[in-house]
Structures are given as C-alpha cells and as structure tokens.
Write a protein that binds this ligand. Structure first.
Ligand SMILES: NC(=O)c1ccc[n+]([C@@H]2O[C@H](COP(=O)([O-])OP(=O)(O)OC[C@H]3O[C@@H](n4cnc5c(N)ncnc54)[C@H](OP(=O)(O)O)[C@@H]3O)[C@@H](O)[C@H]2O)c1
Length: 274
C-alpha cells in the first residue's frame, strides 16, 4: 500500500471513477488518501459518498496539496483546467494526464512552463479492472514517477511503457480495440442466430469462447499461432472456417482498422496544435 501520498483527481467521470474504485479495491490507497474535484457537483457528491474519499473545494486546492495530480477531464477541458491550476504547478509535483490525444508539449504550453508529466492511455476495460494501459513519460519524469504510475494503473489492469510517439498507435490498437472485439463477438452471435440458436444462447457461446480463448493464451503462455494450429485438424471444420476468414481478408481488415484509427488519432492530435 502507498501510505505517504495524497492523490488528487481532477474529473470524476467514467475514467476518474474507475481509477478511484480500482485503487481502493486493490487496497493501493485508503479513501482518505484521495482528494477529488469535478465541476459536475452532483457527480462529485455521489463519488464522495460511494467511495468515502475527500472532496476538494476546487481544482486549485487539489493542485496545491496533492502529489500526484491525475487529470481525468475530457481533452477539450484540458486547456481550461491547466490554465486554472498552472500558478500552483512546478516540477516538484507529478502530473498524470489520461486525456486522449493531448500531447505532453500541449500541456506544458497551456501551463507556460516545463512540468513533470506522464501521459497515459488507458482503455474502457479499466472499469472492470482489466484495462490495457500505455504509459509515456515526459522528459522530467523520473524512474520513481514511472513506477508510481505503473502501480496506479496496475490496480485496473495491465500496463506497458512506451515512447510518446507510439501513443497514436496505442489509441488505434488498445484504445479503440474493445469496439473491434465487440464487433467480432456480435458477428459470432449473428451466426448462431442464423443457425437457429436464440440470441441468448448464441451470446453465451460467443462470449465464453472469446473469454476461454484469451484465458488459454494467458495461462499457457503460448503464442496464438501455436494454439490455433493445435485446434486445426487436417481437413477438419476449423481449417475450413479459417480458410473462409482468410479469404474474406479478416487479418488485413483488422490491421487496416488499427492503422486507420492510428491515423485518425494523429489527425485529431494535429488539431490540438491549431
Ligand atoms: N472513456 C474511455 O474509454 C477513455 C479511454 C482513454 C482515455 N480516456 C480519457 O479520459 C478522460 C476522461 O474521460 P471520461 O470518459 O471519464 O469523461 P467524463 O465521464 O466526461 O468525465 C470527465 C468529468 O470531468 C468533469 N469536468 C469537466 N470540466 C472540468 C473542470 N474544469 N474541472 C473539473 N472537472 C471537470 C466533467 O463534468 P461535465 O460532464 O459537467 O463536463 C466530467 O464529470 C478523457 O480525456 C478521455 O480522453 C477515456
């Protein structure tokens, strides 16, 4: 457990709540080690009540007394928030931003100073503590800062550390990834329904097949290619199914989807410069 620090959350929406909840469930912190603020007072009040954390009077109070400060507002709110708290920011504090597509240089530009920053890209699965999170440290973040950020996000899933230049790719792969997986599961369900199963029956089979396959990869430690070869008998049903998927270009479609989403993330990031 992290005993010394007071963690400050600016924004307690979906992601802010997921992090607060995950850190408490993992017993990484006590409720009295979290101070939070959100302009949506109703939302803030309910988070304070549910998790018994401390309520800040405004963002400035958080930036003055917390370290680290975790920014969980929408990208379009980032400029206003940083400008509001910039007078209290200096390199003695670690600032963690989860705002998608907001580069570290933009945060320093809003603050008009150099800061100790870490940019993080989680995905929606942090809400069930199975998130895939990439961590990109800024120039002034030290090894302890990276360790701390890893510990926070490992309360809600798994993490990797990357250079910031890979963040658009992370967005294209794991940020948008859950939607790709949902689409594949939907297609499996539709196939079951086409064959005469009820939607509920097909959902159970499709979701459990996805879950079981993932569990197999994790528990066996084997590469997906090896596992796929193991379940593909010569001349069997799976070989025919796989042939149809390759013929339809599934592999290419998925790679193209990740590349296109990455490109879109780049374009949206470019707009931040204007
Ligand atoms: N959701 C995802 O899957 C995902 C994945 C990766 C990264 N992210 C990033 O995570 C961040 C948060 O996303 P979210 O889905 O949690 O958004 P959200 O649910 O809208 O939460 C943001 C919260 O911040 C509040 N807020 C707005 N301006 C504020 C201010 N000036 N001071 C304090 N609070 C303020 C909002 O209040 P109002 O609603 O009243 O504006 C809202 O309650 C975003 O930057 C997003 O890019 C999200």
């Amino acid at each position: 457990m992290e005993k010394r620090r007071l963690f400050g959350f600016i924004g307690t929406g979906n992601m802010g709540e997921a992090l607060i909840s995950g850190m408490l469930k993992a017993k990484f912190v006590n409720p009295n080690q979290i101070l939070a603020f959100d302009i949506d007072q109703k939302r803030l009040q309910s988070i304070i009540k549910n998790y018994r954390i401390k309520k800040a009077k405004d963002n400035l109070q958080i930036s003055m007394i917390c370290n680290p400060i975790i920014l969980c507002v929408k990208p379009q709110s980032m400029k206003g928030v940083i400008e509001e708290i910039s007078e209290s920011l200096d390199t003695s504090k670690l600032i963690i931003s989860i705002a998608a597509g907001v580069p570290l240089y933009a945060i320093e530009a809003y603050a008009r100073k150099q800061l100790r920053l870490v940019r993080v890209m989680p995905n929606i699965a942090v809400t069930v503590r199975q998130g895939a999170t990439a961590i990109a440290p800024g120039n002034l973040a030290n090894d302890d800062d990276i360790k701390l950020v890893k510990s926070i996000f490992e309360c809600v899933g798994r993490t990797i550390t990357v250079d910031e230049s890979l963040m658009d790719g992370v967005t294209g792969l794991s940020g948008s990834g859950p939607a790709y997986i949902f689409l594949i599961i939907e297609a499996l369900i539709d196939a079951g329904v086409y064959l005469g199963m009820s939607r509920d029956q097909a959902s159970i089979l499709a979701v459990q097949t996805m879950l079981g396959s993932i569990q197999l990869i994790l528990e066996s430690g084997e590469h997906p290619t090896l596992l796929r070869e193991k379940v593909t008998s010569p001349g069997g049903t799976t070989a025919v199914g796989l042939y149809k998927l390759e013929e339809a270009g599934l592999r290419k479609a998925i790679i193209s989807a990740v590349l296109a989403a990455t490109q879109r993330a780049k374009e949206l990031g470019e707009r931040m410069k204007q």
